[in-house]
Design a protein around this ligand. Structure first.
Ligand code: NAD
Length: 384
C-alpha cells in the first residue's frame, strides 16, 4: 500500500530498552511495514524515523539492521531538520526535560515516555511551554491499551459493576540483584540520584489508569521501602540502592472509589500476571491482568461463611469467568503511536498530553512526600 505523505520522527534514545523494543521495532517500524497510518478520509501517512543517541556505532548497527536511512548523535542537527515534524523521547528520565525543551523551541510535535520530568514543577513547565508554543504533545499511557484493561473499560462502560467500590492493584516481580543472575532492569532504576525509584516509575502509570477508568486521584497515602540495599550494575559492580524498590499506596478517588496498589520489585509472583487489578462493585467484580479479565456477577457470587474449625473445600477460583477477546488487540504502544500520528496529521483528539503526564508526576511526588511525612496528602487539580 503506498502512502500519500510522510511524517518524519526523530527518535531520541532509540537504542534504549523502551526506545528500541517498544517504540522503534514494535511501533514505528511495524507502522512503516504496514504502509503507514490510515487517516479518517482513507489517506495513508507513512513514517520515516531518524535515530538519535550517544553512540554512533550502536545507531549505525540498528539503522543497518532495520534499513533506516537517517541517524545522528547530534540532537541539535536533528531538530534543525524541517523534514522531521515529530520529536520522540525515550531517554532516561533525568535527560528528558532539556531535550524536550529544545524540541519545543524547534516547534516539533512531541511524543514522550513517562515520567515527563523528575519534578512536578518541571513537568508542569513543559506542559505550559508546549501550550504557549502551540506544539502538539503526547505521553505514553501504555497500560490503558493492554488487552486486559481494554476489556475492563468495556465492563465499566456496560455498567457491569454497578457502583464501583474499590480497586486493588498488585504489580511486581523479583528483580534479581545482579550478582550471578543478571538484573532484568537497568541499574539507574535503583539509584534516586539517577532518576530511579518505583514510585516515580509506577505512580505515573497508576495515575492515568485510575483517572481514566475510575476517577481523579484526590489523595494519596504511601509507604515506601528500599528492601534490597545492595545491587550489582551492568558491569557486575556492587552499588548502593538509594531509590525505593517497593511502594504500598492508598488512593482516594473522586466519586468515592478507594484504590490500593502494591508495587514491588522484591516479590515473587503468585498471580496469573505481573500486573493484576481486582475491581469490586455492588453488581459484580473483575480480576484484570495485562491480557486476561475474569468476572464474577452478583447473581453468581458464592456465600462464604467463616469457620476456622472446618477446612473449606470450596474452589473460589472456579467461580470466575473469563471475558472473551471479541476483537484483535494490537501492541498498545503501536496503537497509541497511531493515535498520536493521527493527532499530528489530522488533529484527531489526544487527551494523553503533557498535562496528563504532569498529573502523573504530581502523584509520584506527593506519594514520596506522603511516605517521608507518614501522612495522607491531598492532590490539587492541575491546569496549565
Ligand atoms: N511505559 C513504560 O512502561 C516504561 C517502562 C520502562 C521504562 N519507561 C521509561 O522509559 C524511559 C527509558 O527507560 P529504559 O528502561 O528504556 O532505559 P534505558 O537505560 O534502557 O535507556 C535509556 C536511553 O537513554 C540514553 N541516555 C542515558 N543517559 C543519557 C544522558 N545523560 N543523556 C542522553 N541520553 C541518555 C541511553 O543511551 C538509552 O538510549 C524512562 O523514562 C523510563 O521511565 C517506561
Amino acid at each position: 500500500m503506498s502512502a500519500e505523505s510522510t511524517i518524519g520522527i526523530i527518535m531520541n534514545g532509540a537504542s534504549g530498552r523502551m526506545g528500541y523494543r517498544q517504540h522503534l521495532v514494535r511501533s514505528i517500524l511495524a507502522i512503516r511495514d504496514q504502509g503507514g497510518v490510515e487517516l479518517s478520509d482513507g489517506r495513508r501517512v507513512q513514517v520515516r524515523p531518524m535515530l538519535v543517541g550517544r553512540s554512533a556505532e550502536k545507531l549505525r548497527e540498528i539503522a543497518q539492521r532495520h534499513d533506516i536511512a537517517d541517524y545522528t548523535t547530534n540532537l541539535d542537527e536533528a531538530l534543525a531538520d524541517e523534514s522531521f515534524e515529530v520529536y520522540a523521547d525515550f531517554l532516561v528520565t533525568k535527560a528528558r526535560v532539556p531535550a524536550i525543551t529544545k524540541a519545543i523551541a524547534a516547534g516539533k510535535a512531541i511524543y514522550t515516555e513517562k515520567p515527563t520530568a523528575e519534578t512536578f514543577e518541571d513537568a508542569l513547565q513543559l506542559a505550559r511551554a508546549a501550550a504557549e508554543a502551540g506544539v502538539k504533545n503526547g505521553v505514553v499511557h501504555d497500560k490503558l491499551y493492554l488487552p486486559g484493561l481494554r476489556k475492563l473499560r468495556r465492563l465499566i462502560d456496560a455498567g457491569f459493576f454497578g457502583r464501583i467500590l474499590s480497586v486493588r492493584g498488585e504489580f511486581g516481580y523479583w528483580v534479581f540483584e545482579g550478582d550471578g543472575i543478571p538484573a532484568q532492569r537497568p541499574s539507574w532504576n535503583y539509584r534516586a540520584e539517577d532518576g530511579g525509584g518505583i514510585v516515580v516509575d509506577m505512580f505515573p502509570h497508576w495515575n492515568y489508569v485510575l483517572e481514566n477508568l475510575f476517577g481523579r486521584v484526590e489523595s494519596v497515602y504511601a509507604h515506601t521501602a528500599t528492601h534490597i540495599p545492595t545491587r550489582y550494575d551492568e558491569r557486575g559492580q556492587a552499588y548502593q540502592a538509594t531509590a525505593d524498590d517497593a511502594a504500598y499506596g492508598i488512593f482516594e478517588l473522586a466519586g468515592g472509589v478507594v484504590a490500593e496498589f502494591n508495587s514491588s520489585w522484591d516479590v515473587r509472583v503468585n498471580r496469573d500476571e505481573l500486573l493484576e487489578l481486582q475491581v469490586d462493585g455492588t453488581e459484580g467484580s473483575a480480576v484484570v491482568g495485562l491480557f486476561g479479565c475474569k468476572v464474577q456477577h452478583r447473581s453468581a457470587t458464592p456465600r462464604p461463611t467463616w469457620n476456622p474449625d472446618v477446612p473449606d473445600g470450596h474452589d473460589y477460583l472456579a467461580d470466575w469467568h473469563e471475558v472473551p477477546e471479541n476483537e484483535v488487540f494490537e501492541n498498545g504502544f503501536k496503537v497509541q503511536w497511531e493515535e498520536f500520528l493521527r493527532h499530528v496529521a489530522e488533529d484527531a483528539p489526544n487527551e494523553y498530553d503533557f498535562l496528563s503526564g504532569a498529573r502523573g508526576v504530581l502523584l509520584a511526588e506527593k506519594g514520596l512526600e506522603s511516605a517521608r511525612e507518614g501522612r495522607r496528602i491531598e492532590l490539587p487539580e492541575v491546569t496549565v
